[in-house]
Design a binder for this molecule. Structure first.
Ligand code: LHQ
Length: 258
């Protein structure tokens, strides 16, 4: 009903945009369902990775432009504050990896939803469009923050101003996404990667995510202090003890995410 399907298997929370007849364009209900899925993932120790994916031919066409709530003259800031900002915050604050599996076009907030993931894998036929400027808007959903970081300032501002379609291969060649794979290998590649991440030392991955993000706005001195504090916390985890034991015993570690 909400346009989002959620299921769980072996530590992986599958969150799927499921409004294919609208190219998975996001309405209020979907935005809230997505946010709730990420917030629930934070509270659930059995979830160790979130795999964000979509049904149909598109990943996500961004905001549903047919929604009366975004008609000219309406308060777009209110829509963003209610629907998009809480979603992006929930994704970025989650101390667990988020993997985006981009099957087709990702436009507007749909592109920035994918870029808010930690690891992005795209099908060769997929593409990204910062389509905001085509309709007189600026990139939202964290785009103005994320695009220069992923693409570098020169490309980011070109992408945002021109609103041109960027192929998955181009995004990969520019270093903005983790991988691009043949269309028929996408689901398998993402599922394998998600299972690998679900067996990783979750606390360490969460600390990596938080430290990288904090690092964007801090000095080296602050980063060194943060690394010391986080490493102290990680040194007290089961997974560190297990990692060291497995190394000594020359076996595969059995990480528990705690
Ligand atoms: C759509 C949409 C769509 C509704 C395709 N909505 N129907 C936040 C809050 C506040 C304010 C506003 O913004 C935001 C954030 C944003 O995301 S703004 C950006 C919104 N998204 C866009 O501007 C993208 C608009 N869509 C497109 O550029 C194209 O449709 C893409 C590139 C996604 C796909 O192109 P095609 O593969 O050529 O498909 P199509 O254009 O023929 O679309 C298929 C149908 O889907 C079509 O309907 P129809 O009845 O003619 O078959 C489109 O109208 C509909 N559709 N996107 N966002």
């Amino acid at each position: 009903m909400s346009g989002v399907r959620v299921s769980r298997e072996s530590g992986v929370l599958f969150v799927s945009l499921d409004r294919p007849e609208k190219l998975n364009a996001i309405d209020t209900e979907m935005a809230h369902a997505l946010r709730e899925a990420f917030e629930a993932a934070a509270d659930d120790d059995s979830v160790r990775v979130v795999l964000l994916m979509s049904t149909g031919r598109a990943f996500c066409a961004g905001q549903d432009l047919a929604d009366p709530g975004v008609a000219p003259g309406s308060d777009l800031g209110a829509t963003i504050e209610r629907n998009y900002n809480p979603l992006i915050r929930a994704m970025r604050k989650l101390r667990k990896p988020v993997l985006a599996c981009v099957n087709g076009v990702a436009a507007g907030a749909g592109a920035n939803l994918a870029f808010a993931a930690d690891i992005v894998v795209a099908a060769r036929s997929a593409s990204f469009i910062e389509s905001f400027s085509r309709i007189g808007l600026l990139p939202d959903s964290g785009g103005t923050w994320m695009l220069p970081r992923l693409f570098g300032q020169a490309r980011a501002i070109g992408i945002a101003m021109l609103g041109e379609r960027i192929s998955a291969e181009q995004a990969h060649a520019w270093g903005a996404i983790w991988d691009v794979v043949d269309d028929d290998k996408l689901i398998e590649t993402c599922t394998v990667l998600a299972r690998t991440l679900a067996q990783a030392p979750t606390r360490a991955l969460g600390a990596i995510k938080a430290a990288f993000e904090a690092g964007w706005t801090s000095t080296l001195e602050d980063a060194l202090d943060r690394e010391r504090d986080l490493q102290r916390e990680l040194g007290a985890t089961h997974d560190y003890a297990e990692g060291l034991a497995a190394f000594g015993e020359k076996r595969k570690p059995d990480f528990k995410g705690r």
